[in-house]
Design a protein around this ligand. Structure first.
Ligand code: UD1
Ligand code: MG
Length: 489
């Protein structure tokens, strides 16, 4: 953005924003031991997505209401701090769970009076920050602002009850009536409450103190505060959006999968807008951050995890899984390749050719124009420019020089059963097929290792080393014959 431009999407940040995230519910319909808000979408717990959104609001404080699986949920929030950076994170336990109003009551002691409180749910992961900025602006620091949605099939949701509309304006919001408490006439209303609101903290505290549980579910409804606002003459405003994905909650595995696809489609469209060519936007999964330079193309069924950077002109074949890796310009990853850098990372140099069916593990750092072919595994090894291992090989804890050719079926024996050792293969070495290089060992520059050799001692530059049984040939060898069957008695 031009630095002279005012960011229209952010409200005046004069009033601090505090966020409450409700995450105490059981999630019975997930039929899982894992607390609902810890099920993952795009590789991250649902609750982490909501925490990310709170971070984008520049929230001052975030209070997560926990109950079912509280210990697990709280631990998940405090691990992996990316989402929680920048705000004060607090937890409030809600035991037992007596409704959404009761949930928010638990957070009140942690909240100052001078803020705007934004209420979110831990199981509604895809609300966008700019939607919430609109809502906060609608609140104006003094009003009760509700995020609402028109729904063709509103069954189950709280309905927005309004006064009769005039010609110019929708009628003022009077109440939210929960589906189970609604009359037949109210059930015809198609404007629903999303579960998300922005409200001045000081007002919220007063209204919550007045809640009761005289309703169809015997619960303390947060939504009852709308009645109190109206009674107190506080304006209630609705900010209505039409993107249902932003307020969709996860209650079942089906809904989780639907939101996953919605999220992935959103990612795919963002990538295509940046110029990435996707063979099929419906067959891509990004579970982390995928950064692409110009002219990247990605074939179907690829999965990207963690931080992956693809340089200019990189091509990714079908069915690749790539995690925590940097693929430099012009490299080609052929189909069915698995790359996982974990903590050490993987680098694939410019113009390298990898796969099909290759496996690059943590600490594989490949220079420019390296070739790694089918059924080759590389772990914690550096390969300098132009090195090749094209078939059925293992390079572990190895330092491989420029232009080395590592033959089919050859391996570095890096593990003695207790410790790992390094193999150094200097520039321009040719390792034949089916060799075992027993580490620690160094193959001197320009040397050759004869096929089938087991090398246990370092070799001199330029040497040919052969370490295998001498060939024996016996002329006119007669193979044994099957003995005739003894006649049965
Ligand atoms: C709520 C709203 C409803 C709205 C709908 C949108 C109320 C009374 N109703 O209904 O108007 O249309 O969301 O999805 O607020 N939770 C707790 N503690 C509790 C109860 C719930 O932490 O005691 C949490 C749940 O884990 C969940 C969220 O609050 O994350 C919403 O609760 P849920 O039971 O799904 O509310 P709904 O009945 O769907
Ligand atoms: Mg719900």
């Amino acid at each position: 953005m031009d630095s002279n431009q005012v960011d229209q999407s952010k409200p005046d940040m004069g009033t601090p924003i505090d966020v409450i995230i409700m995450a105490a519910g059981k999630g019975t319909r997930m039929k899982s031991k894992t607390p609902k808000v810890l099920h993952t979408l795009a590789g991250r717990p649902l609750l982490k997505h909501v925490l990310d959104t709170a971070a984008q609001l520049s929230a001052r404080k975030v209070v997560v209401i926990t109950g079912h699986g509280a210990i697990e949920v709280e631990a998940a929030c405090t691990s992996n701090t990316r989402a929680t950076a920048g705000f004060d994170l607090k937890f409030a336990r809600q035991e037992p769970q007596l409704g959404t109003g009761h949930a928010v009551q638990q957070a009140l002691p942690a909240l100052a009076d001078d803020g705007i409180v934004v209420v979110l749910s831990g199981d509604v992961p895809l609300t966008q920050a700019d939607t919430l900025f609109h809502l906060i602006r609608a609140c104006q620091g003094s009003r009760l602002a509700l995020l609402t949605l028109e729904m063709a099939n509103p069954a189950g949701y709280g309905r927005i009850v309004r006064q009769a509309a005039t010609l110019n304006e929708a009628g003022a919001v009077q109440a939210i009536v929960e589906h189970k408490d609604a009359s037949d006439a109210q059930r015809q209303i198609t404007e629903i409450y999303s579960g998300i609101m922005a409200v001045p903290a000081v007002r919220l505290k007063g209204w919550l103190a007045r809640l009761d549980n005289q309703n169809a579910q015997g619960e303390y409804y947060l939504t009852d505060i709308v009645k109190f606002a109206v009674a107190d003459g506080v304006a209630v405003v609705a900010h209505t959006i039409d993107d249902a994905v932003q307020v969709a909650g996860v209650n079942s595995p089906v809904q989780l999968a639907e939101l996953e696809r919605a999220f992935q489609l959103r990612m795919a469209h963002q990538l295509m807008e940046q110029g990435v060519r996707l063979a099929d936007p419906a067959r891509l999964d990004v579970r982390g951050d995928l950064l692409c330079d110009h002219d990247v193309s990605i074939d179907v069924n690829c999965v990207f995890e963690g931080q992956v950077n693809l340089g200019e002109g990189v091509r990714i074949g079908a069915n690749c899984v790539i995690a925590n890796a940097v693929i430099e310009a012009g490299a080609v990853i052929h189909p069915f390749t698995h790359i996982d850098g974990e903590k050490l990372g993987v680098t694939v140099g410019a113009g390298a050719l990898i796969g099909p069916f290759a496996r690059l593990r943590p600490g594989a750092h490949l220079g420019a124009d390296v070739h790694i072919g089918n059924f080759v595994e590389v772990k914690n090894s550096t390969l300098a420019q132009g090195a090749k291992a094209n078939h059925l090989a293992y390079l572990g804890d190895a330092t491989v020089g420029e232009r080395v050719n590592f033959g089919a079926g050859s391996i570095t024996a890096n593990y003695d059963g207790a410790n790992k050792h390094r193999t150094v293969i200097e520039a321009d070495v040719h390792v034949g097929s089916n060799c075992v290089l027993v580490a620690p060992v160094t193959i001197g520059a320009g040397g050759t290792v004869g096929g089938g050799s087991t090398i246990t001692k370092s070799t001199e530059p330029g040497a040919l080393s052969v370490a295998r049984g001498k060939q024996v040939s016996i002329a006119n060898w007669q193979r044994p014959q099957k003995s005739p069957k003894a006649p049965s008695a």
